[in-house]
Design a binder for this molecule. Sequence first.
Ligand code: CMP
Length: 142
Amino acid sequence: MANTITLTMIKPDAVEKGFTGNILKDIADAGFTITALKLTQLTRSDAERFYSVHRERPFFNSLVEFMISGPIVAAVLKKDNAVEDFRKLIGATNPENAEEGTIRKKYAESVEKNAVHGSDSDENAAIEAHFHFADKEIYSFL
Ligand code: CMP
């Protein structure tokens, strides 16, 4: 599958601990090209909208509070088979279950403060990329 995209967020826990550079290096070393990148902070309504699929989950309010607690780094990543390969690179949602060497195993502290987000489908990757970036901010030629 050539040149698909995924959307990642380096979450407030990992940004606050200074892991941004190491995580971006792991992403680049795994063969992903960064085609959009920003340091930003979600508003409450941004976070509620981004995670609206989880609205009925017991962890929703806590997740929103966490995601607005500090800056995040959002990025669009390009690679063959980007969604699946990125999910392999970051590891299981709960870092306790993540394989050695994965980003969550290395940098996450809990199922909520799990260091990074990765899109779960090509369709959601496109939606999430456009949630964070205007068309002109995504350098598709890279
Ligand atoms: P992510 O996969 O980026 O998107 C949904 C987020 O919800 C997930 O990362 C976690 O941060 C959070 N999450 C998922 N399951 C739980 C849980 N059981 N308890 C708390 N937070 C969770």
